[in-house]
Ligand binder design. Sequence first.
Ligand code: CDP
Ligand code: MG
Length: 139
Amino acid sequence: MSGNITFTMVKPDAVRNNYTGPILKIINESGFRIKAIKMVHFTRERAEAFYGIHAGKFFFDGLIEFMTSGPLVAAILEKENAINDFRELIGNTNPEKADAGTIRKLFAESLTANAIHGADSDENAIREGSFFFSELEQF
Ligand code: CDP
Ligand code: MG
């Protein structure tokens, strides 16, 4: 059973395509409350640290290139069972495999430029959120 906080980023493709508003609307209508939010342009150093778990994988360089290609919108969200419910709302990593109605199915451009991030555990929500928000802001 997961906690009631998750961390998300509307990724640079979706910000560029003017999908920030529509995506946040779906998030709100799905029962999530926005606890903190900001638009940030990732530096290469911070993007590499954020995605450190994927360092060395074949898609890492492309992922960092993409995540530093423009501003993103980072947010802390609150809802019961936040981690699992949000992963369900965003859909499969690959938009071609994502269920109809999921955010990635609706808005993603490609497997790399897949519109949105969702933390996959309570621990990662806190680790990832702290790249953008102070502990005080988070809770
Ligand atoms: O974001 P998610 O947890 O669904 O997937 P991940 O496996 O943790 O990968 C992180 C991000 O790397 C994905 O959201 C994609 O943007 C990117 N990725 C990619 O470009 N090519 C892959 N084969 C796998 C992931
Ligand atoms: Mg992941």
